[in-house]
Design a protein around this ligand. Structure first.
Ligand code: TYM
Length: 382
């Protein structure tokens, strides 16, 4: 298995990954603690979609002691947004609502320009704007959400970025990210830009502010760099919550915008998405007769996981899907037909909110010329 910010392949063993990355499991006691703030646990917590963390207990202690934390997450605008990307964003919205937290949302248009040979800087900047509509369509409170384009708002992040970069050696970055002799020098520096928003609120507030980052586990290498640098710069280490990957429509592998043939995009016409899903790989048998006799395997089936991650909020109904799939009572065609209207409804609603976001999106980008921000960052003298 390979899990890096730029490549996810092979069969993913999440327990091994936690061991390899040195992260902690989200235990029942932590889940119970979270339940106290929100009443009911979010679907992605109940079902182990978010499964791992760093320093969440510390962060909640700080919160209980009266120190508000900020949320930080992001998107690398390399194409249209898939249902996979939306998974941690919906969870982040739940955290924003539950803790009334400010959110910094970074658009890494520099990263995607640097790693993707086919994208120009104009392409990634255009995608930043397009993808930002999807970000807001996840339901974030525009008044408490600050979007940052690395390229357009570079002045906001660069000062923190170079400070982080000075504390990261080439050998550490190479070990963490697997850089090669052929890697361009832009991408060697880039991890410092992704670390920068972890400390942005502390810089603006002039005191340490805890930060929680919800994201899939592929982003974890960045937080190792950020957490190493934090104490050297006098900041709190950022805390993380990690989620699993929503699978693509094919056999194995995560849903990804770089593999459009196995992805459902938020901008897909609902009927197109439905058709793609109807043609997806499943955990079914070769023939109906075999499936009735032997049952199917939900644990390798993207259709089952779409229900689990997103589309079937009722735990009892999900358990029934799992049971009937395994017993052979539910055939794959029947299951797909019952999932189809849920996907169509989800996309219709998402696309409506995406349209509405056009009216507010430009106000949500951080203003790099903001005088207060410049002052906080010690830039107003220059
Ligand atoms: P990007 O654009 O690759 O992914 C955006 C977010 O979606 C998560 N993700 C998924 N989650 C579940 N299932 C999937 N199939 C799936 N595919 C992607 C990613 O983990 C991520 O949370 N470098 C980042 C952008 C970024 C960022 C951040 C992300 C900048 N700062 C802070 C998270 C937190 C990127 O290219 O993400």
């Amino acid at each position: 298995m390979i899990v890096t910010p730029w490549e996810v392949s092979g069969e993913i063993d999440y327990s091994k990954l936690m061991e390899q990355f040195g992260t902690q499991p989200l235990t029942d006691s932590l889940l119970n603690r979270l339940k106290k703030y929100s009443g009911e646990l979010h679907i992605q917590l109940r079902r182990g979609v978010f499964f791992s963390h760093r320093d969440l207990d510390w962060l909640l202690d700080k919160h209980d002691a009266g120190e508000k934390f900020i949320l930080y997450t992001g998107r690398g605008p390399s194409g249209d947004v898939t249902l996979g990307h939306v998974i941690p964003w919906l969870f982040t919205k739940y955290l924003q609502d539950t803790f009334d937290a400010k959110l910094y949302f970074q658009m890494t248009d520099d990263e995607k320009f640097l790693v993707n040979q086919n994208l120009t800087l104009e392409d990634t900047l255009q995608l930043t704007y397009d993808n930002a509509l999807d970000v807001l369509a996840a339901g974030f409170d525009p008044k408490k959400t600050c979007l940052i384009s690395d390229v357009k708002n570079a002045q906001t992040l660069y000062k923190i970025g170079v400070e982080v970069a000075k504390h990261v050696t080439y050998s550490t970055a190479k070990a963490v990210f697997g850089f090669k002799e052929s890697s361009n020098i832009g991408i060697l520096f880039f991890p410092a830009m992704q670390a920068a928003p972890c400390f942005l609120e502390s810089v603006i507030a002039g005191r340490n502010v805890p930060c929680l980052i919800p994201a899939a586990i592929d982003q974890d290498p960045y937080w190792r760099i950020a957490r190493d640098a934090a104490p050297k710069l006098g900041y709190y280490k950022p805390a993380q919550m990690h989620c699993k990957f929503l699978p693509g429509l094919g056999k194995g592998g995560k849903m990804s915008s770089s593999m459009p043939e196995t992805a459902i995009f938020t901008t897909d016409p609902p009927k197109v998405a439905e058709k793609k899903m109807m043609n997806a790989f499943t955990g079914g048998r070769a023939t109906v007769e075999e499936q009735r006799r032997l049952g199917a395997n939900p644990y390798i089936c993207p259709i089952y996981y779409y229900e689990l991650f997103l589309f079937e909020p009722d735990d009892a109904k999900l358990a029934e899907i799992e049971r009937t799939c395994k017993s052979g009572d539910l055939l794959c065609g029947e299951h797909k037909a019952s999932l189809a209207p849920k996907i169509v409804k989800f996309l219709n609603q998402y696309q409506e909110r995406r349209e509405k976001a056009k009216a507010v999106v430009s106000e949500c980008f951080i203003d790099s010329c903001d005088k207060k921000l410049q002052k906080a960052m010690g830039l107003e003298r220059f």
